[in-house]
Design a protein around this ligand. Sequence first.
Ligand SMILES: Nc1nc(=O)c2c([nH]1)NC[C@@H]1CN(c3ccc(C(=O)N[C@@H](CCC(=O)O)C(=O)O)cc3)CN21
Ligand SMILES: CC(C)C(=O)C(=O)O
Ligand SMILES: [Mg+2]
Length: 273
Amino acid sequence: MSTYIEEKRKVTSHILWEMKQRGEKISMLTAYDYSMARIIDQAGIDCILIGDSASNTMAGNATTLPITLDQMIYHAKCVVQGVENVFVIADMPFGTCSGDPLKSLSSAIRMMKETGVNAIKIEGGKEIQEDIRKIIDAGIPVMAHLGLMPQSINKYGTYGVRAKDEKEAKKLIEDCLLMEELGCFGILLEKIPASLASIISRKIKIPTIGIGAGNGADGQVLVIQDAMGMNKNFAPKFVRRYADLESTMREATLNYIQDVKTSSFPNESESYK
Ligand SMILES: Nc1nc(=O)c2c([nH]1)NC[C@@H]1CN(c3ccc(C(=O)N[C@@H](CCC(=O)O)C(=O)O)cc3)CN21
Ligand SMILES: CC(C)C(=O)C(=O)O
Ligand SMILES: [Mg+2]
């Protein structure tokens, strides 16, 4: 017996592996709800991430720390409802996978069981290897998130570039090799030097997805609000804006207000007899 959700989407992390093998770049965007997920799925995106950046983009928090597992599960469910074929990954939020393997496993199982996502992403490396091992052993595909890890902002104090010095770069490479050995299906590399991301992507067989990690990663991800110009006060240089939805929606809203105020909306054809 399989559920409706499983019936709808027969995709596995293997598709990303095959894309790397073929030398085809992987496109990924975040989404947090049904309507956005539907649009980018239909446009042909390769992979959707329900990022814990929902804490910023959806809830208006300053960091990703406050978002809860229940809230991430809600967003993940909404996204899965909008998706036909694409591979979907959900972030495990702060505190759910951080050094207590049994607790991590039960959090990961909840995410898989209650949402229908295909895989999860976890921030961290060697320090949480036992958590990751346990989760992978249970049959849950894991993407590791290394480099800039926004859930650790209180440890570092800045969102600056990571692994710029040799010691940190070496540790990052070791973490990536360990993650591959543990059986992670991919690695997300955030805000590290482009040359380092290239070296890592050539060193490991599993695909890397970069954000602020240059052109040598096997794929790229952006937060959808950043890519669509819905969040123009967030403008680090790794963001490329593909639309100006903020202006489009502001103008549309102004027009709507004006039409209501002048009684030009609704007109006769927009009304019932
Ligand atoms: N809208 C959005 N986009 C993101 O990419 C994103 C989120 N939210 N929330 C979660 C994390 C946080 N991320 C961040 C946050 C800040 C910078 C950043 O570059 N900030 C400063 C520079 C900070 C510094 O150098 O110390 C900037 O230039 O804006 C990068 C990634 C990436 N993620
Ligand atoms: C920025 C991406 C990689 C992420 O983890 C998120 O959106 O939460
Ligand atoms: Mg995240």
